[in-house]
Design a protein around this ligand. Sequence first.
Ligand code: BTN
Length: 252
Amino acid sequence: MYKILAKLPFRTNILHYLPSCHSTNEIAQQLLLTGSPEATVVITDDQIAGKGLGGNKWLSAPGQNLTFSIILKPDFLLPNEQFYITVAVSLGIVDALEDILPGEVKIKWPNDIYFNNKKMAGLLIENTIRGNTIESCIVGIGLNVNQIEFSGAFKATSIAIESGKKCDLNNVFNNVLSSVADYYVKQKDRDRKQLLNKYHNQLLGINELRKFKDAEGVFEGEITGTDEFGRLLISKNGNIQTYQRKEVEMLV
Ligand code: BTN
């Protein structure tokens, strides 16, 4: 049912479609073991054990959303530069969605995609580091497209909810994939700092007074950006604090 419609700037364009599977990231991991090349993509209509960040589950109604993984081999990045994969993929998704949605798409640090203060997509990037190289990287993308109802207290949304229209999954898949591919390739030959600035400009809450919670409790502060390793910088009581994931939460 899915087809890659255009030649992507990757070296290969291999697509595996599975009507149902446990987790496309897990399938991609198995494909890597059998020597699958960069840009192999795995997509399913029904992911029954989707993995989210921090051991969470990623739930997605069968046949209504996009759940897929891309194998990358970013040999041009050092392990301490791996945050640039997050930057490229997040910006790729933002650009693709801004062509469809009536408003600004935001990145909730580090890599959730938000629209109207609600989560529309999540990324699970799993890197394998060997010595001083990133041997492989699996980029898992869960994007809510046509699902209208979401259970639980969690504020989720979809393209259909926000645009009022159902979308063709294959078109959205192709737009996201080619935009992510473009940004990934840009990392190789463009000023990475420029892409990092673009990522900062797209951050939800950047330069706005917002409420956060860290180990010391709730406070008001302003996100000023990230460092090049992807740590969040927040101005708190006039000082810039640096946070790793899980050390701080923005209360949206
Ligand atoms: C998150 O926000 O917690 C990350 C969610 C990532 C979900 C995607 S869906 C495709 C890929 N396969 C998985 O098992 N997870 C990722």
